[in-house]
Write a protein that binds this ligand. Structure first.
Ligand code: GCB
Length: 605
């Protein structure tokens, strides 16, 4: 799906701001309710999570439906165009109405969706209502549990427990836009880049929607370099073409070069549409236990992150995104994983521009029905793969992510799950078609991984044979060998050695390792939760990584402290951040900075 842009042929309007808001129930809103505008003075910011903005427990911990509403004006000027209403994301389920009439719905809280709305709107004022549901269950991604109980007065209530370690923020999280296109328009662009010596090869495929069979169409493509000089051009009518660029500037990690691809659509010789996309020329390949970018062995230095901040929760914040990228650069990091869901399109554009390498993850987290039981002493064991109902949604989230992010040079690998029950029988059968789907959908055939948990060890993890890169979340010295870093070091080395023996051709990336640390807590003896322990914990891991040739990346958990559900393991959230939630460095940030400035992006191993 194309990112909405303004061009000579397209108008773009933003519907962000203050909307009206009301809480519903678990059942929802009756169809008569939607006929009436929201009465009452509760307001909500868009984009933002609704939870913390209301300053009320009833809003913060609400379970079920909410309604957002605002008026918008369709200007006469665009009445002959195709008018599209587009949501960057609505978490987790959105139903859209215009002037009380149902327009459409979308399942999944982290990818964009849009509707052509010409037949729903009138020129002038219109009422837009968005019903949002935040419930997570055993069919949604992420996964949760719904618990209904009845108290002694017969009043029933519903609790919704996330099966994942981040606060279940919800609402209209990303920008809401209206944009126009001509009736016949450029509806998709696919770019695949390869390198031939010092020549860059750019294969482009353009999709044109609503063609009139009696008319002839032609696309003229122009490729501009960063000085706005045309470096290649093509005229074509079969919608696929190849540009060749001599002395190409490659997109390199932390040294991005972006060409601008301008596509102009002509009908019967007259121009009717124009769309531009920035592209980077680079290749990605996994070979002989190396992760190659542009043919050179790359070393991942960075983080698992979250979209999380005070006030707006998981709501889009351009300034915060930029600060995070700048802090990563300050540390010498070169990469992050979009744990545990696709991040905003704007963050992906920023990563392209800044040369940050991204492992792009779908919201498939919580696919383990025995995880908490395993931590706290199991009573009952249910086979995850016999009970979970996520498969169809899982296909959808993979499809929507790849459709959205396929052209980003920053994206070097797809992560199609975080910590599923890959040690349980049935995992292989569940994931085999999903890995195949990701490979089939991606025109660039990027590597695919599944990020695995502590107990998915060599020989036990069923999905390891399916994936290109072994991605490990490990907590020796924290949840296991707590406080004992010498045992942690021994067990970590032992496990990596076994992975190397089992899959000598596969590179290994540590996608999580970290220790909860309360900023400002110090001790002479580096005990758990102190800043000293976090630094020593990281040092211990790094000494082991440096001994292992297959380890080609280290992504610390987490970039910053983040909000979670309450629980005995969480002190006002997860404190494994190298930065506090308001982005102040803990001692570990300096530890990482000292290391990463001396670890090159290429040829570290
Ligand atoms: C994990 C999860 C992550 C948690 C982290 C932790 O393995 O992937 O979502 O936040 O552990 O801190 O426990």
């Amino acid at each position: 799906m194309l990112y909405p842009v303004n061009s000579q042929y397209r108008v773009l309007l933003d519907l962000g701001g203050i909307w009206n808001f009301e809480l519903g129930t678990v059942e929802g809103f009756g169809s008569d309710v939607i006929q009436r505008p929201i009465a009452g003075g509760v307001q909500m910011a868009v984009p933002a999570s609704f939870n913390d903005v209301g300053a009320l427990n009833s809003i913060r911990n609400h379970v079920g439906w909410v309604r957002y509403e605002r008026e918008f004006i369709v200007p006469r000027l665009i009445s002959d165009e195709r008018i599209v209403l587009r949501f960057g994301s609505v978490t987790h389920f959105g139903r859209i109405f215009i002037n009380g009439v149902f327009v459409g719905e979308h399942i999944g809280g982290f990818t964009p969706f849009e509707f052509e709305i010409n037949s729903y709107v009138q020129i002038g004022v219109n009422r837009l209502s968005v019903l949002v549901n935040n419930i997570v269950d055993d069919s949604t991604l992420p996964v949760g549990t719904v618990i209904t109980s009845v108290d002694s007065n017969g009043v029933s209530s519903v609790k919704n427990n996330p099966n994942f370690d981040f606060f279940n923020y919800a609402g209209i999280h990303r920008p809401v836009k209206i944009y126009t296109t001509p009736k016949t328009f450029i509806s998709d662009v696919e770019v695949v880049t390869t390198i031939d010596g010092n020549r860059g090869v750019v294969d482009v495929n353009v999709e044109i929607a609503n063609q009139d069979e009696s008319r002839s169409y032609e696309v003229r493509g122009l490729l501009f370099d960063e000085d706005h000089t045309v470096v290649a051009q093509a005229v074509f009518s079969d919608q696929s073409f190849r540009f060749e660029v001599d002395d190409v500037h490659l997109w390199e990690p932390m040294n991005a070069y972006l060409y601008s691809l301008e596509l102009n659509l002509f009908e019967g010789g007259e121009q009717i549409d124009s769309y531009s996309v920035d592209i980077g020329v680079r290749t990605v390949e996994v070979r002989d236990s190396k992760f190659l970018i542009n043919g050179k062995p790359f070393y991942f230095k960075g983080f698992g992150k979250h979209e999380d901040f005070a006030v707006h929760g998981r709501g889009f914040d351009e300034a915060l995104n930029l600060l995070d990228v700048n802090l990563m650069k300050w540390l010498g990091a070169n990469s992050f994983r979009t744990a545990h869901y696709p991040y905003s399109e704007e963050m992906m554009l920023l990563a392209d521009r800044q040369g940050i390498v991204v492992i792009d993850e779908v919201p498939a987290v919580g696919l383990h029905l025995n995880f908490a039981a395993a931590l706290f002493g199991a009573k009952e064991h249910k086979n995850t793969w016999e009970n979970i109902k996520t498969f169809e949604n899982h296909q959808n989230v993979i499809t929507e992510l790849i459709e959205r992010d396929k052209n980003h040079p920053s994206v070097v690998m797809w992560s199609i799950a975080n910590e599923p029950a890959s040690e349980e029988s049935g995992a292989y059968e569940y994931f085999e078609p999903l890995v195949a789907l990701a490979k089939e959908l991606d025109p660039s055939k990027r590597p695919v991984t599944i990020v695995t948990h502590q107990w998915a060890t060599p020989g036990v993890c069923e999905v390891a044979p399916l994936i290109d890169v072994i991605a490990l979340n490990r907590y020796y010295g924290w949840y296991v060998d707590s406080g004992d870093l010498s045992a942690a070091s021994e067990h970590l080395l032992d496990e990596i050695t076994k992975w190397q023996e089992l899959f000598p051709e596969k590179p290994i990336v540590f996608t999580e390792y970290g220790a909860d640390t309360v900023a400002g807590l110090h001790d002479v003896d580096p005990v758990m939760f102190t800043e000293e322990y976090q630094s020593l914990f990281l040092q211990t891991y790094h000494q082991v990584f440096d001994k292992c040739s297959s380890v080609v990346g280290e992504q610390v958990w987490n970039f910053a402290d983040f909000n979670t559900t309450q629980g005995v393991l969480r002190v006002q959230g997860n404190k494994k951040g190298v930065f506090t939630r308001d982005r102040k460095p803990k001692a570990a940030a300096h530890e990482l900075r000292a290391r990463w400035q001396n670890v090159p992006n290429y040829f570290y191993k």
